[in-house]
Design a protein around this ligand. Structure first.
Ligand SMILES: *[C@@H]1O[C@H](CO)[C@@H](O)[C@H](O)[C@H]1NC(C)=O
Ligand SMILES: *[C@@H]1O[C@H](CO)[C@@H](O)[C@H](O)[C@H]1NC(C)=O
Length: 559
């Protein structure tokens, strides 16, 4: 969810410049470093202004805000306090700098990302028609220079627009009744609004701006926002978290307006976390957005640490006694306690995620709050506690605990079944996770996959590529592959080239010859060892083994 937003965040997380980068200036004594930096900044500003003819204001923005680039330039010049300024100026004269590099850093793009953005064959602004002018136009309107990178990363084509186009867009926003600061906040959070109509889905920009007008002006949300760019940007980012989940019809405006206190009381991160949590039930994102807006109480709950007991929670939510019986009989691996943060996967492991989400959505969300308040201290199963003590007492505890957390994260409960699985699972938790997700992508249902791991954990003891090749083979050649895989998970474990393919092709050949294989399922066809297999084949037709040996059997197998 909202991954574009979080990517932007990470790009703009302020680096700890003074603690890390200045240390790379190891040639310069600590007490002179700030001086060297200041001199170099001034020299760069002066160079961009006087030599490269950039207007002073923008040259200064770049000089002041391209710290990493400047640091690496400083490192190339010999340092001695009395001559440093002169030598640095001289250095710039003889080594024209890449103007795009210092520019991109100065507009707030993470330095490590800059090299990917540099044009291949240009180093001077004068070689690019619009980039620098667009930045100046936006800056003149009031955009903070160091935030322009947000726009660049999200919608690069904004910087291909000329001054007239940009100004036309910006003035257009004022027509909705927004002031300059508001417009800037909106653009930073929703950069696509700056694009020309036609580059964006028809009506999307107008729909959004009309909604924002409704919220800020009619519902009065604007009155609680402080009058600076940062506050408006922040408020708009919170709104974006919801708009990113909106349905194509755009139905959120009113609902947000009527629940605007959410946006005043909660930080963006809290909103992101909660939306993300409920999205993990695998339901439609717009449903999740509506749920949170209609049940803001959910935002106050701790849905990470509290421990719950699966059966108690399901009972509390009113699962019928028949279904409770089925669950406890059929899903022993999910039973016991688990952490709230794993609840979405717990319900998926039980195939009850839709039921559960519907319960909450249909007005029963307070059941969740009541449950957490009513059962504050759930005890783990005693055998599980004992097992855990054993794991912790061994040197291998770190490895085993992380595997255990992998299983708990999938929705396996804190029970002995889960502990007993550990010794049958080989690989780090990251590898196991990858392999599990690989099978999930092949469209095996979550609950069935958990069941397969429970009965045949070794399906996760092979690398993802092997799993993928097998699944592809099943999909392409075996008609209804998932039935085989789900009822006979071990099929995933046999060697593809040496066992599965030759046996399966032979099976088809026999059927093609009209030799009935009805009594011989694919399952035993593949699972039987070579000797048993040949004996079975012989029973089907005495001449069949000859064909097996000569045409089908993989040559790697020794006789
Ligand atoms: C933990 O891991 C090691 C090997 O990684 C294994 O030998 C040991 O038996 C494991 N199991 C438990 C329950 O501690
Ligand atoms: C739930 O399962 C998915 C699918 O494997 C996984 O990516 C996710 O990390 C799991 N959630 C938790 C909290 O472990």
């Amino acid at each position: 969810m909202s991954s574009s937003i979080s990517t932007l965040f990470s790009l703009f997380l302020r680096r700890h410049f003074f603690s890390t980068k200045l240390l790379t200036l190891s040639k310069i004594p600590t007490r002179h470093r700030a001086f060297a930096l200041r001199e170099a900044q001034n020299a760069l500003t002066d160079y961009l202004h006087s030599t490269r003819c950039l207007p002073f204001t923008y040259a200064e923005h770049i000089g002041n805000k391209a710290l990493c680039s400047i640091t690496s330039l400083i490192a190339k010049v010999d340092f001695s306090p009395p001559t440093f300024s002169k030598s640095f100026q001289k250095f710039l004269r003889y080594h024209p700098i890449n103007e795009f590099e210092v520019f991109f850093e100065s507009i707030g793009i993470e330095y490590s990302m800059v090299s990917e953005l540099l044009p291949r064959d240009k180093v001077f602004f004068s070689e690019d028609e619009t980039l620098f002018d667009a930045a100046c136009t936006l800056c003149d309107f009031g955009f903070p220079w160091e935030k322009l990178g947000l726009l660049y990363v999200a919608e690069t084509s904004i910087f291909g627009m000329n001054a007239e186009q940009l100004n036309r867009r910006l003035c257009g926003f004022k027509g909705y009744g927004f002031g300059t600061i508001e417009v800037i906040g909106i653009c930073l959070a929703f950069p696509f609004v700056l694009l020309e109509e036609g580059q964006v889905r028809v009506g999307r920009i107008d729909g959004l701006l009309s909604d924002l007008k409704l919220l800020f002006l009619d519902f009065g949300l604007g009155r609680v926002v402080k009058g600076d760019v940062d506050s408006w940007h922040e408020m708009c980012r919170k709104l974006r978290v919801f708009y990113d989940l909106d349905s194509p019809k755009g139905e959120l405006g009113e609902l947000i307006g009527r629940n605007k206190s959410i946006f005043i009381e909660h930080r963006e991160e809290e909103l992101v976390n909660k939306l993300d949590y409920f999205c993990r039930f695998g339901v439609k994102k717009e449903e999740v957005a509506k749920l949170i807006l209609q049940c803001p109480e959910l935002l106050k709950l701790d849905l990470e640490k509290p421990i719950f007991n699966v059966m108690k929670l399901l009972t509390h939510f009113g699962l019928s006694s028949e279904d409770l019986e089925d669950v406890s009989q059929g899903y022993g691996h999910v039973m016991g306690t688990n952490k709230m943060t794993n609840l979405p996967n717990v319900t998926k492991a039980l195939s009850l995620q839709e039921w559960f989400f519907k319960k909450i959505k249909d007005g029963n969300h307070m059941l969740l709050a009541d449950y957490i308040a009513g059962y504050p201290k759930e005890e783990q199963d005693l055998d599980y506690q004992e097992g855990l003590r054993m794991i912790r007492s061994l040197k291998t505890r770190v490895h085993n605990i992380s595997k255990l957390n992998f299983l708990l994260g999938l929705g396996f409960g804190e029970n002995t079944l889960t502990i007993n699985l550990l010794n049958h699972l080989h690989g780090t938790s990251t590898e196991l996770h990858e392999r599990f997700d690989c099978l999930l992508r092949s469209k095996i249902e979550f609950s069935k996959l958990c069941m397969m791991v429970r009965t045949t954990p070794r399906i996760l003891n092979q690398n993802s590529e092997a799993i993928e090749r097998k699944v592809n083979f099943f999909h392409q050649e075996m008609g209804t592959p998932l039935n085989h895989v789900e009822t006979f998970p071990a099929i995933l474990y046999y060697h593809l080239e040496e066992r599965i393919i030759p046996r399966y092709r032979f099976h088809k050949w026999l059927s093609g010859k009209g030799l009935s294989c009805k009594k011989y399922s694919i399952r035993s066809m593949i699972a039987n060892n070579e000797k048993k297999f040949v004996a079975r084949v012989f029973k089907i037709h005495p001449a069949a083994p000859k064909h097996w040996f000569e045409q089908f059997r993989h040559s790697n197998l020794s006789v």
